[in-house]
Design a protein around this ligand. Structure first.
Ligand SMILES: Cc1ncc(COP(=O)(O)O)c(C=O)c1O
Length: 452
């Protein structure tokens, strides 16, 4: 008897990452220094990142070897399974074949450790003793806490206050792995103190937490900053997801017509999609869908601009779709999707027309998550529910159009530490949030467009 799992052996795990910068139809615009409007040089990044990661950030090499010590850590949970969602297909009565790449298998429960172990390793071999970071839902913070523990580094996590209060178990996970975790805005940095003076109960945002973590890194000896999404090297480390999925789809004897991932900063989406975008650039026909919350519609309503990656304007200006660094997303439960911008590489493939963007309402995403849990069993993270909602929509469309369609969706993480959000949904307490077009226009009015 065979089950719905399509597995790879340890020997079949990819040993290189794929760098999409080598294949882009138009070059990626560089980040700019906000004071001079000149491209940022690798030296400008040295106060916050080690040189080996900066080299990856600007690399044009198509394939980059994964170092042995990183492979060894990845093998703790990788290769991750690919599931054929037979029971969901049956429930939806769809001719579509739905494949689910299960990134919930890692110790922290999401795709985030794929880059956390790589970043911890590169910092360790550069002589760094301590890393700081921000976290939204807590998935990234717990991933970095796990990775720092594996490589013997200290770790301090600034967690967006609204999620810190909604998800106390994530903090406990971080502390279990030896990290420290504070609610952001915090009294520990001058950026945090500034926001707390405005409002002592400030809900926080990823942008503010980034400002705090960067400030801590540049003002503390032996410390660097680590980012869980957005930057090129982070997206690079996630491509192992799509590279594995390609091998697994080949084993299944199918090729996807549609590839789907949810987007916060863009890393799990990049992970599943970039190897397939490479195929698309080389002539394959497929649709690639990036899914975001309707309350934080960066790609579907924001313009392609130069904007700061954080709220306190301490980062370089990144070329990205953005709602403006001053945007405070509604406190939805998909905390990892509450980010005003989206990765420059994901922005570029959207600009180049290689992917499509879609937005879903919070309530619709939870309805999809419940459907998935009651058919396939796995309970998705609230972020993942966005991708699941889109996959269900595509499968329903396939039924209406009478088309046999192959759908590949990235299951970015499980929701076992997010059950309070399911409780809120099931008890009718979850509310909808949206963003009006004229508010978007106000937020982005000062930002400079990326030239065509
Ligand atoms: C489970 C899960 N999915 C998706 C995301 C969104 O991040 P990214 O767009 O970088 O994948 C997060 C972020 O915390 C997450 O925890």
């Amino acid at each position: 008897m065979t089950g719905p799992k399509i597995l790879l052996s340890d020997e079949e795990m990819p040993t290189q990452w794929y760098n999409i910068a080598a294949d882009l139809p138009s070059p990626l615009p560089p980040p700019l220094n906000p004071l001079t409007a000149e491209p940022v040089s690798p030296d400008d990044l040295l106060p916050i990142f080690p040189l080996n990661l900066i080299e990856q950030e600007v690399s044009a090499e198509r394939w980059i070897d994964i170092p042995e010590p990183v492979l060894e850590k990845l093998l703790i949970w990788r290769p991750t399974p690919l599931y054929r969602a037979f029971r969901l297909e049956k429930f939806l009565d769809t001719p579509a074949h739905i494949y689910v790449k299960y990134e919930g298998a890692s110790p922290a429960g999401s795709h985030k450790p794929n880059t956390a172990v790589a970043q911890a390793y590169y910092n360790k071999i550069s002589g760094i003793a301590r890393l700081t970071t921000e976290t939204g839902a807590g998935q990234w913070g717990s991933a970095l806490a796990f990775a720092c523990n594996q490589f013997g580094l200290e770790c301090k996590v600034y967690m967006v206050r609204v999620s810190f209060n909604q998800k106390p178990y994530r903090k406990m996970m971080m502390e279990t792995w030896g990290a420290s975790c504070v609610a952001s805005p915090s009294p520990d940095t001058s950026a945090g103190r500034g926001f707390l003076e405005q409002d002592p109960e400030h809900a926080g945002s990823l942008g503010i937490a980034i400002s705090e973590a960067v400030e801590d890194a540049v003002t503390t000896e032996g410390t660097k900053y680590s980012l869980g999404s957005v930057l090129n090297h982070v997206l690079l480390h996630q491509t192992i997801v799509g590279l594995e999925a390609q091998r697994q789809m080949q084993k299944a004897g199918e090729y996807p017509d549609v590839v789907i991932g949810c987007v916060g900063g863009g890393s799990n989406f990049a992970g599943i999609s970039f190897p397939f975008i490479r195929d698309k650039i080389h002539g394959k026909e497929l649709r690639i869908l990036a899914v975001e919350p309707a309350s934080c519609p960066t790609m579907t309503k924001g313009p392609y601009v130069y904007d700061f990656g954080d709220t306190a304007c301490t980062t370089p200006l990144l070329p990205m779709y953005s709602l403006g660094h001053g945007f405070m997303p509604a406190p939805i439960h998909a905390g990892g999707l509450r980010y005003h911008g989206v990765a420059p590489l994901v922005s570029r493939v959207l600009w180049d027309g290689l992917i499509e963007a879609k937005a879903f309402n919070q309530l619709d995403t939870f309805k999809a998550g419940i459907t998935f849990a009651r058919t396939e069993g796995f309970i998705p993270a609230p972020e993942t529910n966005h991708a699941i909602a889109c996959a269900i929509e595509e499968a329903n469309k396939a039924r209406e159009e009478g088309k046999q369609r192959v759908i590949l969706v990235n299951f970015s993480g499980h929701g076992l530490v997010d059950l309070a959000s399911y409780d809120a949904y099931l008890s009718g307490k979850l509310v909808e949030a949206s963003l009006a077009d004229d508010e978007v226009l106000r937020l982005v009015s000062d930002l400079k467009r990326v030239p065509a």
